[in-house]
Design a protein around this ligand. Structure first.
Ligand SMILES: Cc1ncc(COP(=O)(O)O)c(C=O)c1O
Length: 398
């Protein structure tokens, strides 16, 4: 019998893994399913990305291995975007690295840092790539629960010194998925100071930095003085430009840290397709004009969804960023049970809070990925699902 590794067996179930199959079955059975589950916006990819990729396909030199160096123009576009956006300068050759989506870099990073038993700090609820990367590298994830009473911030400076002493890597993600929380400069300064004191690499996941509302601007970790010593910042083209399936992102940081990830990656992949990198460069050069209409539409959806929830007696402060509403459930309604009823009986696909780890229990996530009328319809269905979930006997809960 083939036996699988302890690392594989330690992985929690991946929350999105079984949903596409259930959704497909329900659609095949004739159900109208509204999918506000995955963070995959309905906007098409930018025209300039499509055109540049199409041209790139006709250029045989872009069909070669990209290796980790990738397309120099993409590296230049990444650091130029960062400088325009945040005023931080990085070297395009040594201090950035193309990624096959930011998930790829985030999950491979522990292999560069973690020895068996070393601690990796993982916020929960949170993006599954963090715990996955920690476990697959033989590290020991230490879960940091995000709580509403702390504004969904994790406070590294309040952790015991012996735990911090055993920690090699900390993941941090603001604007946050799934809670949509944001972090201010003072908080980031405290966090960076703690990481510097304990030699902890801070993996700052800034996948949602462009999706901000009401004039809010999401910071870069490099806004904090001294952050270059300990931080890598991960960016994604997926959310800002509606390019989730293209698999393109990049990481920025000082040479030694980027270089360590590059070494890992040279053994497991050969970099993103060069024609894609060319398309990514074109997008980054026009980033502001591309992202603005996406941001405006997401804000409209956010407001419509919040109003629809308020009609059901659920009041939420409008999040300043990301593309999610993190909605509390009434006491006693298990999130997986609610999400199952919502999908199978009412055709509304949301992610239960528990899908982001046990600390996500008591909530569910709505992604603002469908037009306003569909979002309102989804929320009406969720209201009915909630009534049904409340009426179910406890024993029936999943
Ligand atoms: C917090 C967070 N980080 C990273 C990613 C991954 O993005 P990418 O498509 O660049 O791999 C996601 C995707 O959902 C995310 O929510």
């Amino acid at each position: 019998m083939i036996e699988f590794s302890q690392r594989l067996r330690a992985l929690p179930g991946y929350p999105l893994a079984h949903l596409p199959a259930i959704k497909r079955r329900l659609i095949d059975e004739g159900m109208d399913v509204i999918d506000v589950g995955a963070g995959d916006n309905d906007a098409p990819p930018p025209a300039i990305a499509v055109e540049t990729l199409r041209d790139g396909l006709a250029d045989p030199s872009l069909s070669k291995y990209g290796f980790q160096q990738g397309l120099p123009a993409y590296r230049r576009a990444c650091v130029a975007w960062l400088e325009r956006r945040y005023g931080h300068r990085f070297d395009p050759v040594a201090e950035t690295l193309p990624l096959i989506g930011s998930k790829e870099g985030l999950s491979h990073l522990p292999a560069a840092l973690v020895n068996p038993g070393d601690v990796v700090l993982v916020p929960e609820p949170g993006y599954q790539a963090y715990i996955g990367g920690a476990l697959l590298s033989g590290g020991t994830p230490h879960i940091l629960p995000l709580r509403r009473e702390d504004d969904f911030l994790v406070h590294l400076d309040r952790l015991p010194a012996d735990l911090l002493g055993r920690t090699r890597l900390a993941y941090l993600n603001y604007p946050n998925n799934p809670t949509a929380a944001v972090a201010d400069q003072a908080y980031l300064e405290r966090t960076v100071a703690t990481c510097r004191r304990h030699d902890i690499l801070l993996a700052y996941d800034n996948a949602y930095c462009d999706l901000t509302y009401d004039g809010y601007q999401a910071p870069s970790i490099f806004d904090v003085e001294g952050a270059r010593e300990v931080a890598l910042e991960f960016f994604s083209l997926s959310k800002s430009y509606s390019m989730t399936g293209w698999r393109l992102g990049f990481v920025v940081g000082r040479k030694e840290l980027v270089g360590a990830l590059q070494t890992v990656k040279s053994y497991v992949d050969t970099g993103p397709f060069l024609a894609l990198q060319k398309a990514g460069a074109a997008v980054l050069e026009h980033a502001d004009e591309i992202v603005e209409p996406i941001r405006v539409e997401l804000q409209r959806r956010r407001d419509a969804a919040i109003a629809a929830l308020a009609e059901q007696g659920v009041t939420l402060a409008p999040p300043k960023a990301a593309m999610y509403l993190w909605v509390p459930l009434p006491e006693g309604v298990a999130s997986a049970h609610f999400a199952k009823i919502a999908l199978e009986r009412f055709g509304a696909l949301v992610l239960p809070g528990s899908a982001f780890g046990p600390a996500g229990e008591g909530y569910y996530r709505i992604a603002l990925t469908v037009p306003v009328d569909r979002l309102r319809e989804a929320i009406a269905r969720l209201g009915k699902a909630l009534e049904a979930a409340r009426d179910e006997p406890v024993a029936a809960r999943a």
